[in-house]
Design a protein around this ligand. Structure first.
Ligand SMILES: NC(=O)c1ccc[n+]([C@@H]2O[C@H](COP(=O)([O-])OP(=O)(O)OC[C@H]3O[C@@H](n4cnc5c(N)ncnc54)[C@H](OP(=O)(O)O)[C@@H]3O)[C@@H](O)[C@H]2O)c1
Length: 207
């Protein structure tokens, strides 16, 4: 695939949530259920330095390919805050990450190649910086929902990958809260079920 594509890749519950509503519930039962498809994978074990082994197959191939195509990421401040203390010292991105925020902060360099840059000039500035840093690779819009919706509404996302988890959360952070449903149009490009989740892929257009 040619570089320069802007893509979203997230795990979503069947009822449309990507995280529990309160930070205290992060890493809790629902959060684990949402992400359970990633934990046993060989790629996850390698990337988080959890040790050798792990499952191979469709989910592993998808997780690895998603990582390998990514030259830089954009994320919202709340996603950053959720991960800041939870990610290992070698944060799992290994590429530049542009955090959209109202709060200026010096870049935060982590061992292993991840640098978090804090961008206060808005979502389009963050994406432009990520594109420049990604070179001939793609830009991942890592999350969370508020950040994804802004970029969808602005017509700046090319592809959407949802790993649909068979879990009902009842409440939480929705993926699509407030999206401009009149203008954002999806065209299904593939559906791949694994034993744990269903991978849904869409090309994204703006009406
Ligand atoms: N399931 C998954 O695959 C997945 C993936 C990613 C994230 N998540 C989860 O999603 C949750 C966070 O999602 P969220 O929708 O609540 O928040 P978010 O999109 O991560 O962050 C929103 C925050 O980013 C800053 N921001 C957003 N747009 C901005 C702009 N245009 N200019 C300046 N600052 C801007 C603001 O923070 P300030 O005003 O404080 O600076 C805003 O409150 C986390 O719990 C995370 O774990 C899940």
């Amino acid at each position: 695939m040619a570089g320069g594509t802007v893509f979203v890749s997230v795990s979503m519950s069947l009822d449309g949530y990507i995280a529990p509503s309160s930070p205290e519930e992060l890493m809790g039962r629902k959060w684990r259920a949402l992400h359970q498809w990633t934990f046993p994978l060989r790629f996850t074990r390698e990337n988080l330095k959890l040790g050798p082994g792990g499952e191979e197959g469709l989910d592993d191939d998808i997780a690895r390919a998603t990582f390998e195509r990514t030259g830089a990421s954009v994320m919202g401040k709340r996603m950053f805050e959720a991960g800041e203390h939870a990610w290992p010292e070698e944060a799992p991105f290994h590429t530049p990450v542009y955090v959209v925020t109202h709060e200026p902060r010096e870049p935060w360099h982590r061992p292993g190649g991840t640098t978090f840059h804090f961008v206060t000039e808005g979502i389009e500035a963050a994406l432009a910086q990520a594109r420049a840093a990604a070179g001939d690779r793609d830009v991942r819009v890592a999350g969370g929902g508020e950040t994804i919706v802004q970029l969808l509404d602005a017509g700046l996302v090319d592809e959407l990958h949802v790993a649909l988890s068979p879990v009902l959360m009842g409440e939480g952070v929705p993926l699509f809260r407030g999206v401009d449903a009149e203008r954002v149009v999806l065209r299904q490009t593939s559906v791949q079920p694994s034993t744990r989740v269903t991978h849904l892929r869409y090309a994204v257009h703006r009406r």
